[in-house]
Ligand binder design. Structure first.
Ligand code: ATP
Length: 341
């Protein structure tokens, strides 16, 4: 039997609806399998600013540090003060965002199964912006060989682990950003030489955005920089049914944080209509990561149950509103729970 200590960030907007759903499913797994959880709910985001005057209170960081993994609901206006800081504090350098076709969700292709592996610590996300004068801003973009190499290694390992199409495409804009993306492209290429069994190619980001619309089923692993990965992974999520179906993982060597790809979606907050699949599939990714880290076959099995349960519901056309159904967040969660065991 394994027991994992999970920190749960409730978040803002639809965050409480989604994390309540994830908690229900984790508690169901806890009650029916050998994979057990202690769930510690912590504050971060706009609600923490109101309560503690700080988006990421020290007590939250301390608790996350002591936990095995963190599951995070979306955060509102203060998102950058939470997720970007957590990525830096825990060196969560790989942002992994799968996009897979689901039954009964109408999209351009029924055969999409790709994952975006996005560098998570550099690029424009360091917030190095300066006023040159009142009307001119200079934004600095960081690219290092070290960060490019470790994300490239991660992407190739991911392609091997998936054992799907065994293809990695490095996406950049080295024709314009010759030095920064030139370094990224060169480094990816040199890592590719270590993996002759994986097909390697490169695309400029604009060409990749087009190809994702035209031939999404041709992709396996998309390896890219921070900002391009943010945009391309939202595009990929849209291709398989929208943000409500999009999970994500922020992974480092020792720790990982799991969250939906989308934001707090204030337009639908408090209405019990958000699609919890994004956080439930993130929970599945968390179980997978814990399973590989701890050599825990049962955790892997329980994670798979979450995905199977969601797929089973979609096959029966049981869906939330965003993907053409009628079920509320709570009704969908209860059905996932029912189908789990
Ligand atoms: P951010 O800039 O922080 O990513 P945003 O407000 O621009 O956030 P999102 O919150 O990511 O955008 O979502 C955009 C829209 O997609 C929302 O307004 C909402 O209508 C829809 N949406 C997002 N997540 C879900 C979900 N889980 N279920 C249903 N609809 C969703």
């Amino acid at each position: 039997m394994s027991r994992y200590n999970i920190t749960l960030i409730t978040g803002d907007g639809i965050g409480p609806d989604l994390t309540c759903s994830a908690k229900t499913i984790l508690e169901t797994i806890n009650d029916n399998s050998n994979t057990k959880f202690t769930i510690d709910e912590v504050f971060a985001g706009d609600n923490a600013v109101r309560k503690f005057g700080k988006a990421l209170p020290d007590s939250t960081v301390d608790k996350i540090r002591k936990s095995d993994a963190c599951l995070k609901g979306p955060v509102g206006e203060s998102a950058a003060d939470v997720i970007i800081v957590l990525r830096r504090l825990f060196d969560l350098y790989a942002n992994v965002r799968p996009a897979k076709s689901f039954p009964n969700i109408t999209t351009s292709s029924n055969n999409i199964d790709l994952v975006t592996v996005r560098e998570n610590t550099e690029d424009l996300y360091l917030g190095w912006e300066f006023y040159a004068d009142e009307n001119t801003v200079i934004s600095l973009r960081l690219t290092s060989e070290r960060a490019s190499r470790r994300i490239a290694e991660y992407a190739f390992q991911m392609s091997i682990l998936r054992n799907h199409k065994r293809k990695v495409v490095a996406v950049h804009k080295a024709n314009v950003m010759r030095k920064g993306d030139g370094l990224f492209a060169r480094t990816c290429k040199s890592v590719a030489e270590k993996y002759p069994s994986i097909e390697y190619s490169e695309l400029y980001v604009d060409a990749c955005a087009m190809k994702l619309i035209r031939n999404p089923e041709e992709f396996d692993v998309i390896l890219t920089t921070n900002l391009f990965g943010d945009i391309l992974s939202d595009e990929a999520a849209q291709l398989v049914g929208g943000l409500g179906m999009g999970p994500a993982a922020n992974i480092g060597d020792d720790f990982a944080l799991f969250k939906p790809v989308h934001g707090a979606a204030f337009d639908i907050a408090g209405r019990n209509i958000a699609n919890p699949s994004s956080i439930l599939l993130s929970t599945k990714m968390m179980l997978e990561w814990l399973a590989y880290k701890n050599n825990d076959k049962d955790a892997l099995k329980q994670g798979k149950r979450i995905e199977d349960s969601i797929v089973g519901l979609l096959k029966e056309n049981k869906k939330t509103k965003d993907i053409g159904g009628e079920l509320s967040t709570q009704e969908f969660t209860n059905l996932v729970k029912y189908y789990l065991y």
